[in-house]
Design a protein. Structure first.
Length: 121
């Protein structure tokens, strides 16, 4: 994993905000987050410290909510590191040729690796 922005992500240089529910889910999926990015300089603040706007209009604040504000590259760096550290995650260099449904959810993808025959049903 390298730091910095990924290629092909034009919004990577823009400031991003992770709202309270997103922050809660991140903490659920990766215990210890978002403390790690905060220790690296990401801003964790309340509604008075981090203000959000839609155009020129300030969005309504919900009392008690905490938000994370950071560059996309820093947020991605931390989530990518935690995801790749999971024993159930395997990284393959391939082209996804089909989604694998598990009930009403996507459970994975069928990859076609370089130099291999196409996957057949």
């Amino acid at each position: 994993m390298t730091g910095g922005a990924r290629g092909g992500v034009p919004q990577s240089g823009r400031l991003h905000a992770l709202l309270d529910m997103g922050r809660t889910q991140v903490e659920r999926w990766w215990p210890g987050m978002p403390r790690e990015p905060v220790a690296a300089g990401v801003v964790l603040g309340s509604r008075s410290e981090i203000r959000l706007f839609a155009g020129a209009v300030r969005k309504v604040d919900v009392p008690g909510n905490a938000r994370i504000r950071a560059g996309r590259d820093l947020l991605e760096q931390h989530t990518r590191r935690r995801t790749l550290g999971d024993e159930y995650v395997e990284v393959v260099t391939a082209r996804a040729v089909r989604l694998v449904a598990e009930g009403d959810r996507v459970g994975g993808v069928r990859p076609r690796r370089a130099g291999r025959a196409r996957w057949r049903r």
